[in-house]
Design a protein around this ligand. Structure first.
Ligand code: MLT
Length: 411
């Protein structure tokens, strides 16, 4: 019989969001009249910006024209998209990033996992706790950890707890780590990182030869003008950081699929013989071999994000979800719950009251007001006692969910 990858057996039974969906489905089957409102997974609900739709329709037309038809595209993405991203997302903010350092992909989730292909198996890896579960699970799958303990912490990771006690700021480790996952604005806590904080991380990474994986999927939701949108706004980051970005949340592409990964050509890693190797070359090789690019139609849609109309429409879309976040914050605060985040991020992080565990709170909310959120413990041991509410939903659903909590939710 063929052998399996035993590392998969170390994983918790289900990935967090399918597990939540499973529990909600069980509840829905037993309570067919319940009008369930889902504020769990951060999935967008509003239509794609008009500029993106128009560009995609035009791209479909192109595909009907023998002269404009496209077969395989460049594995790295079309130059016209990469150049706009380089100019508008990076150079306009003073970041020294060239279009050739941008790789278009079908998702940040995929790329934060795929990036491990170009790194060795014996790196010491640091993650915040709580954390986006993909960073952890992909390392478990790759055999970079031991078993999980009762709290779900895997042997071999360096966990950096973030909680109200340290203002949701990941402390710089005292020991040497090789790979560091940072996500700001943070999923799940909605917290942010100042330039000074990121500078401290970059200084640490440069001093220790570490690489930072910087997940900036939520950068469009930053409202505070002093906060950095990219790690490359920080001096020295070109020498120690890979950045992941996505069109999923700003332009509503969760179902359309388009993202990007930035690998500066100045980044180096060490081979087992001690030689220094350009990470860009490895990632380019990896993508050329394992990836055939994002569809032409979708890349044309993503390109439209950078047109003046696209920029205005994306701003409105982001503003809409941030108004939802504000409503959630206000109503939960009025219901005497301690809330964090939701100001520069589309997630509101709630302290569960009366010492309820995250899953107890999940059950209570589901059973009493039929509202679904995400238990903080699903993001890591230090997420226990917290709960995440996503602002990605229609206004009607957000208002209705908050009204039910205000009127009927008692613990
Ligand atoms: C989340 O809810 O944390 C996100 O939807 C996850 C993702 O973007 O993959």
């Amino acid at each position: 019989m063929a052998r399996i990858n035993d590392n998969y057996l170390k994983l918790k039974a289900g990935y967090l969001f399918p597990e939540i969906a499973r529990r909600v489905n069980v509840f829905a089957a037993a309570n067919p009249d319940a009008k369930i409102i889902r504020l769990g997974i951060g999935d967008v609900t509003e239509p794609l910006p008009q500029a993106c739709r128009d560009a995609m329709i035009q791209a479909v037309q192109d595909m009907s024209d023998r002269n404009l038809f496209k077969g395989y595209g460049p594995e790295q993405g079309y130059a016209w998209l990469r150049e706009k991203i380089a100019q508008q997302d990076f150079q306009a903010r003073g970041c020294d990033i060239d279009a050739s350092e941008i790789f278009i992909s079908d998702g940040s989730k995929c790329d934060t996992g795929n990036i491990l292909d170009i790194f060795g198996d014996d790196n010491i890896i640091a993650v915040t706790d709580p954390v986006y579960p993909v960073y952890v699970d992909t390392n478990v799958m790759a055999g970079h950890t031991g078993e999980a303990n009762d709290k779900g912490e895997y042997e071999g990771f360096v966990y950096l707890p973030i909680s109200a006690e340290n203002n949701f700021t990941a402390q710089i480790p005292t020991e040497k780590v090789d790979l560091i996952y940072l996500c700001f604005p943070n999923n799940p806590t909605g917290s942010t990182a100042t330039k000074e904080h990121l500078q401290a991380w970059v200084d640490y990474a440069k001093a220790h030869g570490s690489i930072i994986f910087f997940d900036a999927a939520y950068e469009a939701f930053i409202t505070d003008p002093t906060l950095p949108h990219s790690i490359y706004e920080i001096e020295g980051a070109r020498d120690c950081a890979i950045e992941f970005r996505s069109f999923s949340k700003n332009a509503g592409f969760t179902g359309t699929r388009c993202a990007l990964t930035v690998v500066p050509k100045t980044l180096k890693g060490k081979a087992s013989d001690g030689a220094e190797v350009e990470l860009w070359k490895l990632w380019n090789r990896r993508q050329s071999t394992k990836f055939n690019g994002v569809s032409y139609i979708v890349q044309r849609g993503a390109e439209a994000v950078y047109s003046p109309e696209g920029q205005a429409q994306v701003k409105d879309l982001v503003g809409f979800y941030m108004e939802n976040a504000q409503i959630i914050r206000e109503k939960l605060t009025a219901a005497n719950l301690a809330v964090y985040g939701g100001i520069n991020a589309p997630y509101v992080w709630v302290k569960t009251p009366h010492g309820l565990s995250s899953w107890e709170f999940f059950d209570k909310l589901l059973e009493t007001v039929n509202v679904v959120g995400t238990p903080g413990s699903g993001f890591g041991a230090a997420g226990e006692g917290y709960f995440r509410i996503s602002a990605f939903n229609s206004r009607k659903n957000v208002e209705e969910a908050m009204q039910r909590i205000t009127d009927k939710f008692t613990v």
